[in-house]
Design a protein around this ligand. Structure first.
Ligand SMILES: NC(=O)c1ccc[n+]([C@@H]2O[C@H](COP(=O)([O-])OP(=O)(O)OC[C@H]3O[C@@H](n4cnc5c(N)ncnc54)[C@H](O)[C@@H]3O)[C@@H](O)[C@H]2O)c1
Length: 249
């Protein structure tokens, strides 16, 4: 029987690429996003692989909306095999002491609370059904310290904590939880920033041993590997995919 995956932030970037890659493996896809247009576009693209796909609009920072996307998925497909807990935002790039409290609360709400609510409701279904696989999206900023990203970095270090601690509790129930830690990757989020600041792009590339940004397709390949049974004995890992960037820090 076809597997079922929920992908948050599936309307763009890493979420969209992973939806397409998992669909190539015959996985049915539930795209969750706050952006209706992007979410529906991913569904249309995914369906070309012949799998079933639906879009559920949700703001992941709201627990009731997270519960709703989980309930709707179970209602439609009966179970959840894979979960890419990925929706997230970056900050303004301001230094921390110049950052508004509203911005801090917003980033924590989406990146950390959204991820915590996601695993709270999804893992409940998976454990009840005998197991499943989760990949959380951390970041380079989740494994090293960097300036101008204090709040973002706090949320991504939090993602690492979620990943390791869930395994301690629920691996015995068939749950696998891993995280990916991408370096700068050419998604729309990063591309629009670098298009406006070409010098920043050059600086970023120079700071990466492989001298280039990552691609969404490379991250999608890793996430697909970690979610599927090929990675059956990999649990609680945070896999860096950053061209050697954090390795040099
Ligand atoms: N692109 C990078 O360089 C990079 C590097 C490391 C980590 N990440 C992380 O990867 C994840 C995906 O980022 P991306 O680069 O694909 O960005 P993106 O902006 O292309 O995609 C993010 C998606 O999340 C959705 N989203 C935002 N807030 C939401 C909310 N409250 N509820 C539901 N959906 C919401 C957006 O609408 C968008 O479709 C994020 O967690 C980000 O922090 C990205």
């Amino acid at each position: 029987m076809s597997k079922v995956a929920i992908i948050t932030g599936g309307g763009s970037g890493l979420g969209q690429s992973t939806a397409l890659r998992l669909a190539e493996e015959g996985v049915n896809i539930v795209v969750v996003d706050i952006d209706e247009e992007g979410g529906n576009k991913t569904v249309e693209m995914v369906k070309k692989s012949g799998v079933e796909a639906i879009f559920i609009k949700a703001d992941v920072s709201k627990a009731d909306e997270v519960k709703n996307y989980v309930d709707q998925t179970v209602e439609k497909f009966g179970t959840i095999d894979y979960f890419f807990n990925n929706a997230g935002i970056s900050g303004s790039g301001a230094y921390y002491l110049e950052t508004d409290i509203d911005e801090i609360e917003k980033i924590v709400g989406i990146n950390l609370m959204g991820a915590l609510y996601g695993v709270r409701y999804v893992a409940e279904v998976m454990v009840k059904n005998g197991g499943g696989a989760i990949v959380n999206t951390a970041s380079s900023a989740g494994v090293i310290g960097q300036d101008t990203v204090v709040t973002y970095s706090a949320t991504k270090h939090g993602i690492v904590g979620i990943t390791k601690s869930l395994v301690a509790e629920y691996a015995k129930d068939g749950l696998r939880v891993n995280a990916v830690a991408p370096g700068p990757t050419e998604t729309p989020m990063v591309k629009s920033y670098f298009d406006a600041n070409p010098k920043m792009k050059e600086n970023a590339e120079q700071g990466i041993p492989q001298k280039r940004l990552g691609t969404p397709e490379e991250v999608a390949e890793l996430v697909t590997f970690l979610l599927t049974s090929k990675a059956e004995y990999i649990n609680g890992e945070v896999i860096r995919i950053d061209g050697g960037f954090t390795n040099t820090k």
